[in-house]
Write a protein that binds this ligand. Structure first.
Ligand code: SAH
Length: 247
């Protein structure tokens, strides 16, 4: 990611309601935030007399109190195009985007300001601190999109699909949680597959050419990097992986 110093970036992030200033304080409580404002966002359907009627579309038909809204996060979200599009397509999912650089995060904030979403929050922070932001089992799905390849061996620890990060994802993901990773970098993808196998993750889906994969490209939402690299003709690799849950 090319970095520019954006004057006033910190001020913009501080002033934005989308940016969670103290994400650790929401650890274990991200859904309550969503449910609280789900009421605001969805209960106000009006009946014919202009009276407010409760919107039961979120309620579980079985009345299962254990049903909970999905919490999906993108780590290294960059300019936020993916989450901005996903959150419109899936209004019942709560999305949290994590990005370490404020100069990049401001781009996501400006998208959300221009075209608001109820179900998105952003964290300016490092993936290393993931377990401070989310409690064990809290997250249903993690997206890694076009993570930095860090090609030098001595930087391997910084690669987001690497073993140290997999251990963190293993902690914060729910038992049937999923990790999805897309990249056009074949070396990084091969590394990611090796790391996942070594850590005992199972492959649910895999492609080396996402845009030509009939099944996996269905409903695919492109990221900024995906648009850029696929326009150059680079095939996009993708996996969806999970942990084997002991019976
Ligand atoms: N997902 C976006 C951006 C990809 S570039 C897209 O597909 O278009 C990778 C992004 O990950 C960069 O913005 C970089 O700053 C961020 N990133 C890399 N390592 C990170 C870390 N440890 N914690 C948080 N963000 C990270």
């Amino acid at each position: 990611m090319r970095l520019r110093n954006i004057p006033g970036a910190e001020e913009i992030l501080n002033a934005s309601e989308y940016v969670v200033k103290d994400p650790a304080s929401l650890r274990g409580a991200w859904r309550s935030l969503f449910e609280a404002q789900g009421d605001i966002a969805t209960v106000s359907r009006q009946d014919g007399d202009g009276e407010e009627v409760p919107d039961v579309s979120r309620a579980d038909p079985e009345g299962d109190a254990a049903a909970r809204p999905q919490l999906h996060i993108e780590i290294g979200m960059g300019k936020g195009g993916f989450l901005h599009r996903m959150s419109a397509l899936h209004p019942d999912v709560m999305y949290v985007g994590l990005e370490q650089y404020s100069s990049v995060l401001v781009k996501a904030v400006s998208k959300l300001t221009a075209d608001p979403r109820d179900n998105v929050r952003l964290i300016c922070g490092d993936a290393k601190a993931l377990a401070e932001y989310f409690e064990p089992g809290e997250v249903d799905r993690i997206y890694l999109n076009f993570s930095d390849p860090w090609p030098k061996a001595r930087h391997a620890k910084r690669r987001l699909p690497g073993r140290a990060f997999l251990a963190l994802y293993n902690r914060v993901l729910s038992p049937d949680g999923r990790l999805e990773f897309k990249t056009d970098n074949r070396e990084l993808f091969d590394f990611a597959l090796e790391e996942a196998a070594a850590a005992g993750w199972q492959i649910e889906a895999l492609t080396y050419d996402l845009h030509r994969d009939e099944v996996l490209c269905r409903g695919n939402v492109m990221t900024e990097y995906e648009e850029k690299f696929s326009q150059k003709g680079n095939p996009i690799c993708k996996y969806i992986i999970y942990r084997k849950v002991e019976p």
